[in-house]
Design a protein around this ligand. Structure first.
Ligand SMILES: *Cc1c(COP(=O)(O)O)cnc(C)c1O
Length: 332
């Protein structure tokens, strides 16, 4: 284990810190998936977490680790998705100022959602890179603390608390399927699960379109991949060429990474809705999709993490009606 990596004791400490500030979500049995797969399959209903994704765990833990001076000056991030929502909510709950930087191209509904959660919005430039430059300026000039979405020890430990809840509820778990993008969730969960139950397999699941962690693991070092629109939009984006923690942890702790087509992800969303009666976003459906497509064949009790539910409801309606706008080859 690399010395910088997050350990089981860090995650146990995170659980103490964030207790009462996040929901402990339910682990329920899926009778349809259990019948289909021939092993018990359980769903961790983390899409029901406050703000609609697990990202509240990491953001809350990162904020509870701030010193008095840092709390006074506030936190900043460039994420417009689930991390931005989570950070806005977590900061407000602690009475801390949060600023979320975003480009002019971010749709109005995303901007107003993050403002509604209590963050200050700073709109700059025409790209995510421009927004990140503003984040760095606020850190340098105003002394704010940047809370990144995955490559941060407090964030990883916070996401890892999900792994503790899984092993506590189901000590005999054989396989855990984890949605994988930057790897904060997978690194944290794998450290917790393997810390408690070394023989349990932890498998990362991404989409074929733009799987940065998978490409980096294959290359042996962080690499950039082209970003392509995907139904699993929360799994898009790179891992950072200067990645400090999640790349090494995923390389050491994940047993496998599997990739899914847009059609397979759509089938996961539809199954979640029709058979499980759950509304999940693309990233939240990849565990179900990996089982339905038989890309993962578990040999014993299996847990899937439904990681988020923040999907545009018009898109959700289309997907469950069998009309998938992301199907086929990506537009050139
Ligand atoms: C961020 C996110 C992921 C991926 O988490 P990483 O830590 O970046 O790997 C998966 N599902 C949802 C819903 C997310 O918001």
């Amino acid at each position: 284990m690399t010395p910088a990596a997050i350990s089981l004791s860090d995650i146990l400490a995170a659980r103490e810190r964030i207790a009462g500030r996040i929901e402990q979500t339910a682990l329920v049995t899926s009778s349809t998936l259990s019948e289909t797969l021939g092993v018990p399959v359980h769903l961790k209903l983390e899409h029901r977490q406050t703000t609609g994704s697990f990202k509240l765990r990491g953001a809350t833990n990162a904020i509870t680790l701030l010193g008095a001076e840092e709390r006074k000056l506030g936190v900043v991030a460039a994420s417009t998705g689930n991390h931005g929502r989570a950070l806005a909510h977590a900061a407000k709950a602690e009475g801390i100022r949060a600023t979320i930087c975003m480009s002019r191209l971010v749709p109005d509904n995303k901007v107003s959602e993050i403002r509604r959660l209590g963050a200050e919005i700073r709109i700059v430039g025409n790209s995510q890179d421009d927004a990140q430059v503003e984040v760095e300026r606020l850190v340098a000039d105003e002394g704010m603390t940047m809370v990144p979405p995955f490559d941060h020890p407090g964030v990883i430990a916070g996401q890892g608390t999900l792994g503790l809840e899984i092993v506590d509820a189901l000590p005999e778990v054989e396989t855990v399927l984890v949605p994988l993008s930057g790897g904060g969730l997978a690194a944290g969960i794998a450290a917790a699960v393997k810390g408690k139950s070394p023989s349990t397999r932890v498998i990362g699941v991404s989409m074929t379109r733009g799987a940065a962690m998978k490409a980096s693991l294959d290359a042996g070092a962080p690499v950039q991949v082209e970003e392509v629109a995907s139904l699993a939009d929360s799994l898009g984006g790179g891992i950072g060429l200067d990645n400090r923690l999640t790349f090494a942890m995923c390389r050491e702790l994940l047993d496998d990474v599997v990739l899914l087509s847009e059609e397979e992800i759509a089938a996961g969303i539809a199954h979640a809705y029709e058979a499980e009666r759950e509304i999940v976003e693309g990233a939240g459906a990849v565990g179900i999709a990996a089982l339905l497509s038989a890309r993962v064949k578990p040999a014993g009790p299996t847990v899937l993490i439904l990681s988020g539910r923040n999907i545009d409801m018009e898109l959700h309606r289309r997907i469950v009606c069998g009309d998938n706008p992301f199907a086929g080859e990506p537009a050139a």
